[in-house]
Structures are given as structure tokens and as C-alpha cells.
Design a protein around this ligand. Structure first.
Ligand code: MRU
Length: 343
């Protein structure tokens, strides 16, 4: 059960269905979706009802359980449902990682046992993610020695099985008195920082101050922030990191102003088969997400929008990658290979 500084679980399995907190409606409304088929889970991932790399992976694992029930022992049916889940969003490697686990399990399990075995596996992946987050919180927290932190997007309980990655480090360091103040970027265009990170921290009683991304340069120039702490959707073998659009800009700013830059992600986000950030597929979403807000147009009629939702931060701008398996400082291929094995 969630404890202090950790009060939310965005995914639950109940009565043979996946219950998902609809993150599109937060903070205004807490509505739970009840998903009973795999394609419904794929749609919910694509539509951002659940988001955040580890949470997407866990949702897909439960989606695979639903696919196993629908397949009734038919391998082709199961396999195509897993393919559709895997295609829901391209950048977060956790999706592919979770589905590979589920596919491999189905391959070595008698068809009559798929549902039971895959449900146990989905629960295990979910619990392991929360444990990994706790561990990363402890490890990453030790790097912070006072001062304020700036985070981007939402990397908390909502983005994971629970507790969070970068937000887990912030929770842990806050609990130990190592942080004086938490700043969060609002994170255009989906406002994950304003809507979700602020919602989580306010519930935890951790004071949070929001800023428009454009204010980050002035904040970092001011000297109050010691660390920028962010999550990741995919970490390549050379230590390049794909994360929410705007992360790269923050890393450039941090280096320019002598502020340290920490990436926090579970090993399920590390993709040693992808050589560098140039090989990471970057999701580009509909231009309407930029041109509209809450269904209302915010741009001049006739303007076009560009909406890449992730960017790649080169390893050279990162001071530490924190995983549950350990920390890679000043990441490069050698450091990554030492901790995660050769490609
Ligand atoms: O588009 P989103 O909201 O799924 O993007 C989320 C992020 O970029 C997070 O920083 C990342 O997934 C890590 S979440 C622990």
C-alpha cells in the first residue's frame, strides 16, 4: 500500500478488469476507466489516459492479460493483439520491454494457463517497478546536497507503478531534508507538470512552484537550483536520453549555468540495443494539441503546429543516470556497458 509521500496508484486490477485513473481529466476530476479488452488498453495508451514510460509498460502488461483471455488459446490472436498494444506509442521502450516479457511467457506456457500465468507476471512487473522506484529514490537522493531542484513533465506515481522515478528521488530527498524547494515546469502542451506533478506533490504536502518552460533559463541563471532532475522514455547504449520535449533545452541551460543534470529511470527504460539517441523513434503527435487548449483554439486561424513530444539529450550533458541497478556518472558507452552489459 502507498505510504507517506506516495499516495496514488494509477493502475489496479480488479474483478478481471484493468482500472485506470484517467490522467487526461486530472486535476479537475478523478475518474477511473474500466478496461476489459486489450484494444481498449491500446486506445487508452495512445490517447494519454495513461502516460509515463513505466506506467505505459505496466498497462500494456495488463492489456496482454486481457488479450490472453480474448485469444482463448489461439496464438495468432494473442500475437496480433500484443502487436497492436506495442504500436500504441513508439518512444517509451518500457512498452516493448513489458510486451516482450509477456510474449516470452506465453511462448513457454500451455495455452490453457496463459491467463493465470500472465496475470501473475503483470502483478510481478508492477510490484518490481514500485520497488525499483524506491531504490532509485534512495540512490538518487544521496546525490542532492541542498538547494532547490527543477523537474519537468510528470515522473511520479502517475507515470509509474507508484512512487515515481525523478519524482521518487525528489520525494526521498525532500523527506531527508536535502531539498529546499521544488520547481516544476508546466510542460506544454499536455501540462503534465501543472496538472499532474503539482497534483501529486500537493497531495503529499510537498510545496511546489510552477513555471512556464520559458522561465527555466532565468531560474537556472539565478543560482538557487542545484539539480535538474528528470525521467526518461528510452536510454540508448551510449547514454543519450529521450524524454519529454523540452528536456534537451533544460540540459543545455543546466550546463551553461553550472547546474547538475540527473536522469532517473528503471533498467526497463535502458535500451542497450539502440546505439544512440539518433536511433530512438520520436513520437510526433497531432498539431491540434499545440493549436488548441481544452478543445478551444489558441492560435490564429490558418497557423500550423509542430508537436514532437520527446527530444534527445546527448549523454555529454548528463551528470548522472540513476537506475535501481546503480548510478552511471558522466554516462558514455563504456559506463553504460559496465552496468548494463555490452550491446
Ligand atoms: O508523453 P508522456 O506524458 O508519456 O511523457 C512522459 C515523460 O516524458 C516522462 O518523463 C517519462 O516517461 C518518464 S516517467 C517516469
Amino acid at each position: 500500500m502507498p505510504t507517506g509521500y506516495d499516495q496514488v496508484r494509477p493502475l489496479r486490477w480488479e474483478n478481471d478488469a484493468l482500472l485506470m485513473l484517467d490522467q487526461r481529466l486530472l486535476p479537475g476530476e478523478e475518474r477511473w476507466l474500466e478496461l476489459r479488452d486489450a484494444d481498449g488498453v491500446a486506445d487508452a495508451i495512445r490517447a494519454m489516459a495513461v502516460r509515463g514510460a513505466p506506467a505505459i509498460g505496466i498497462a500494456a502488461a495488463y492489456g496482454a492479460v486481457l488479450a490472453a483471455r480474448e485469444a482463448g488459446g489461439d496464438w495468432a490472436h494473442l500475437s496480433s493483439a500484443l502487436d497492436r498494444l506495442g504500436a500504441a506509442r513508439p518512444t517509451a521502450v518500457n512498452l516493448e520491454w513489458a510486451l516482450q516479457h509477456m510474449r516470452a511467457l506465453a511462448e513457454r506456457t500451455a495455452a490453457g494457463e496463459w491467463f493465470r500465468a500472465m496475470l501473475a507476471e503483470a502483478h510481478a512487473l508492477h510490484e518490481a517497478d514500485v520497488e525499483a522506484n524506491r531504490r532509485m529514490g534512495e540512490l538518487g537522493g544521496t546525490l542532492i546536497e541542498g538547494g532547490a531542484v527543477l523537474t519537468h513533465c510528470n515522473t511520479g506515481s502517475l507515470a509509474t507503478g507508484g512512487y515515481g522515478t525523478a519524482l521518487g528521488v525528489i520525494r526521498s530527498a525532500w523527506g531527508e531534508g536535502r531539498i529546499t524547494k521544488v520547481y516544476a515546469d508546466e510542460t506544454r502542451p499536455w501540462l503534465q507538470g501543472a496538472r499532474l506533478t503539482a497534483w501529486e506533490l500537493v497531495r503529499d504536502g510537498i510545496p511546489v512552484t510552477l513555471l512556464c518552460e520559458g522561465a527555466a533559463a532565468s531560474l537556472l541563471a539565478g543560482g538557487e537550483v542545484g539539480w535538474v532532475v528528470v525521467g526518461a522514455d528510452r536510454i540508448a547504449a551510449n547514454g543519450d536520453v529521450a524524454n519529454k520535449i523540452g528536456t534537451y533545452g533544460l540540459a543545455v541551460l543546466a550546463r551553461h549555468h553550472g547546474v547538475r543534470f540527473m536522469v532517473v529511470a528503471p533498467t526497463s527504460t535502458v535500451d542497450m540495443r539502440t546505439a544512440s539517441g539518433a536511433d530512438i523513434p520520436i513520437e510526433v503527435r497531432a498539431e491540434d494539441e499545440v493549436l488548441h487548449f481544452n478543445g478551444k483554439p489558441v492560435a490564429a486561424d490558418g497557423a500550423r503546429g509542430w508537436n514532437p513530444v520527446f527530444d534527445v539529450t546527448p549523454a555529454g550533458l548528463i551528470d548522472a543516470i540513476v537506475t535501481e541497478a546503480g548510478i552511471v556518472e558522466q554516462p558514455d558507452l563504456a559506463g553504460m556497458s559496465q552496468l548494463f552489459g555490452a550491446r
